[in-house]
Design a protein around this ligand. Structure first.
Ligand code: IPD
Ligand code: CA
Ligand code: CA
Length: 267
C-alpha cells in the first residue's frame, strides 16, 4: 500500500516526536532514584512532544483543525471538516515510572469520521497505522485481529483510571467476572496501544470506561481496519464522547459483551 500524503505527514510527525520522547525517557530513568521524582520533567517532555507534532502537522496542513490533550481547547481550522486529534504521550504513568510502554497517537478526522491513524511506540519502534478502507499495518506487516473463539483461551486488556475514578465499583465487578472466564487480563496503561494490540491479535479484546477522544481516535480505526468490532462501552453511547470502548474479534465480541453485562447490538 502506498501511504497518502497525509499519512506521510503523520508518520513523520510521530517519528520526530517519538525521538524526542525517547531522549527524555533516558533522563526519566535517571530521575527515578531522586526523591523529587520525574513529574515536572515528564510534563515538559509531554509538551515538547506535543509542540513538535503541532508544528509538523499544522505546517503541512495549515487549514486543518487541532484537538490535543495538552492544549486548552480546540482550534477550528479554515477547513472545519478536518481536524487532527492528538495524544502526544499516551501511557504517561509508564513513562514517569521508567517503563517503556507508551505511544504517540495521531488521528485525522474528516466530517466526524476517522480516516487516518498512527499509533507509534518509540521504545519498541512499532508504528501501527491505517487509512480508512486500506487495512491496518504494524511497520510493513499487515494486521489482523486474533481468530480465537473461546473466552477461556483469550487474553483481554482493560484500563483503570488512577484512583479508580467513578467507575471503580464497576471495574472491580467486571474483573470478578472476567478473571475466572478468560486466559488472563492485562492492564498496561496506554489505551492507544491496547487498541493497537487488539488489531495485531496480541490481545483478543479490550474494554475501558470513560476515555477521551485523543486516547482512542487513532486506535479505533486501526482495530476496525484489522477486522475487529469497536463500540462504546455504554450501549448506544458516543465513542468519542467519553462513553468508553469495548472491542474484540467478531466471534468473541458478543461473549465479551455478555461477560461485562453489556447489551449487544443486533447485527
Ligand atoms: C491514559 C492511558 C491509560 C488509560 C487512561 C488514559 P495518558 O492516558 O491511556 O491507559 O487508562 O484512561 O487517560 O494520561 O497516559 O495520556
Ligand atoms: Ca491518553
Ligand atoms: Ca497523554
Amino acid at each position: 500500500m502506498t501511504p497518502s500524503a497525509n499519512m506521510n505527514v503523520m508518520i513523520k510527525a510521530a517519528r520526530i516526536a517519538g525521538r524526542s520522547l525517547i531522549k527524555d525517557f533516558g533522563e526519566v530513568e535517571n530521575l527515578q532514584v531522586s526523591v523529587k521524582g520525574a513529574g515536572d520533567f515528564v510534563s515538559k517532555a509531554d509538551l515538547r512532544a506535543q509542540s513538535i507534532i503541532k508544528e509538523q502537522l499544522l505546517e503541512a496542513r495549515p487549514n486543518y483543525g487541532w484537538l490535543a490533550e495538552e492544549e486548552d481547547g480546540e482550534i477550528i481550522g479554515p477547513d472545519p471538516t478536518r481536524r487532527w486529534i492528538v495524544d502526544p504521550l499516551d501511557g504517561t504513568t509508564n513513562f514517569l515510572h521508567g517503563m517503556p510502554h507508551f505511544a504517540v497517537s495521531i488521528a485525522l478526522e474528516h466530517k466526524g469520521d476517522i480516516v487516518a491513524a498512527v499509533v507509534y511506540d518509540p521504545a519498541k519502534d512499532e508504528l501501527f497505522h491505517s487509512e480508512k478502507g486500506q487495512g491496518a499495518f504494524m511497520n510493513q506487516t499487515r494486521l489482523r485481529v486474533s481468530g480465537r473463539r473461546s473466552m477461556i483461551e483469550s487474553v483481554f486488556a482493560t484500563g483503570i483510571m488512577p484512583t479508580g475514578g467513578s467507575h471503580l465499583t464497576q471495574v472491580l465487578q467486571d474483573l470478578g467476572r472476567m478473571i475466572p472466564a478468560t486466559a488472563g487480563i492485562r492492564r498496561w496503561g496506554a489505551a492507544s496501544l491496547d487498541l493497537a494490540y487488539v488489531a495485531a491479535g496480541r490481545y483478543d479484546g479490550y474494554w475501558e470506561y470513560g476515555l477521551n477522544p485523543w486516547d482512542i481516535a487513532a486506535g479505533v480505526l486501526i482495530v476496525r481496519e484489522a477486522g475487529g468490532f469497536v463500540e462504546p462501552m455504554t450501549f448506544g453511547g458516543d465513542l468519542m464522547g467519553g462513553d468508553g470502548v469495548i472491542c474484540a474479534n467478531e466471534s468473541l465480541y458478543p461473549h465479551l459483551c455478555k461477560a461485562l453485562g453489556r447489551k449487544t447490538e443486533a447485527r
